[in-house]
Write a protein that binds this ligand. Sequence first.
Ligand code: GLC
Length: 611
Amino acid sequence: MSAKLFANEDTIDALIVQMSIQQKIGQLVQTERMAVSAEEVAQYHIGSVLSGGGSWPGDNRVEDWVAMNEAYWQATMKPSAARVNIPIIYGVDAVHGHNNVQGATIFPHNIGLGAANDPDLMHRIAQATAREILATGVDWTFAPTIAVAKDAHWGRMYESYGETPEIASGLVGPVVQGLQGALDDDSVAACLKHWVGDGGTRAGIDQGDTSVTWDELNEAHITPYLAGLQAGALSVMVSFSSWNRRKCHGHRFLITDYLKGTLGFGGVVISDWDGIDYLSKDYPEAIAQGLNAGIDVFMVSENWREFLRAMEDLIAAGVVSMTRLDDAVRRMLRLKFALGLFHKPSPALRKWSNSSCFGSDAHRQVAREAVRKSLVLLKNSNSILPLNRSARILVAGKSAHNIANQCGGFTIGWQGVPSQDGLIGSTTIWEAIKACAPNAQFSHAGLGQEANQDLHDVALVVIGETPYAEGFGDIRANDNAVIETGSQVQGLMKVLQPYGQSLHLAQLHPEDLACIKTIVAQGVPVVAVMLSGRPLVVTPELALADGFVAAWLPGSEGAGVADVLFGDADFSACLSFSWMSDEAGTGQARVEAANLFPAGYGLTYAGEVTD
Ligand code: GLC
């Protein structure tokens, strides 16, 4: 725990004494930018505003973000006899770079960084990300996700570093340190999420039920938080999921007794997006359950007015104590003081605001290095890799020139780059190949019909998933498990339309196997590069390809893929998730029964990489 978090207790005491009930309650609210104006933030003493995925001001340029944050700040800091001036804090999901904003450096998602497993690289990624966040006047990111994902059916597996706690435990500290640093002008607040057990739900159902013993929860899912808290993380976000059918958002033991008590966490516990709504159909009851369980700040996407009213009634009725309210306020003020927000100038005048570091070449070089270090070589028959730059390469596949598929979810849009927008400053894999291989040819239909063994020495086929986020990425054959889980957890469940019904790539995206078959039928050998948020069953694709690379979701710097394919750098990553040979059930059953490649597997040009 960072000592700076507790360095202003006397000042905070004095502030709390001056604050009205309404000012105190306002500090517990984080609402979405589209639901509140700067004037309302001041009038209702709102403590924090956020951008949900895909929510941006103006033309989504850096200057638009700075102007937005300047307006919120000016409104809350305008001298007033009626209230204590408490600076606003703005939060975003900068989970692989400042990914909401056009032109940002987009790093590989966590699944690839877990395969790289390079703490120094993680520190540099986090530091670059912090500076791009600060360039927009934002001070808080809801990252890192330190879920320990156990089932590839889960739509958020790509946000997890690996299937065991060890990798996340080794990386979370460097990430928190890179984001928060010395808690000075170069710092943003980190947020460990989602507390706790989000990656262990039965059947990989997003927001489902993690049915494990306390020892299993502690060992598998709580362990990474110990390193994150040790590194001084200023906030923790609660999970939508349940533990043994009880919602984490209402779980007093997990939040108050264990996280705040046993682990001594003194920072802010924030709910997930309207997360308390699933505790009860009675909103005041839901608020009371969440607050009394230990949630300090409530992410309330729209109905903040109702929240404020209900809170006043709950305090007046004694359903929520003043002690609990003051403790929640204290924690939010601690976070704001620790970040120096009470002393910083307005967003427009800060050190990094509108900085040219945003999307800079220096940051993109770090991202390109991360891409190189994240790629896992699963097959290299006939030493088809590395490719020769002068070779006649047919580049095919739906994802060879598709920045949305290259970046995945939480990029510009919540569900990925909107097709019409593109991504300023990015390089697709095809663009990277074209830039260094003069005899490369692009298969315009994307499906390899041009293949001809008299014209092509090799084909590079980029395949895999299209973007998704959260429950929209779940895979399930039917809703039976969801219905059963929903009938058992206490509270409500939000269920989204799943990505597909099978982990077999040939069922999810038959166009990929068709493309490989078309090319191989012409006698042209294939190197397959798969862009995906998880391991998939790729038995037929793997059999037909001479080379097979798991590239995960590499982000904006496609050149990192070309670097390794041409041998400028060797493969160095290894799987952080076991790779199934078939859809053998879920959870532990999947991990044990279906290993085509074990976690730790990865080839290099010289031989086999082990963990
Ligand atoms: C989402 C996610 C959480 C994110 C939050 C704000 O529902 O569960 O990871 O930080 O909402 O976008």
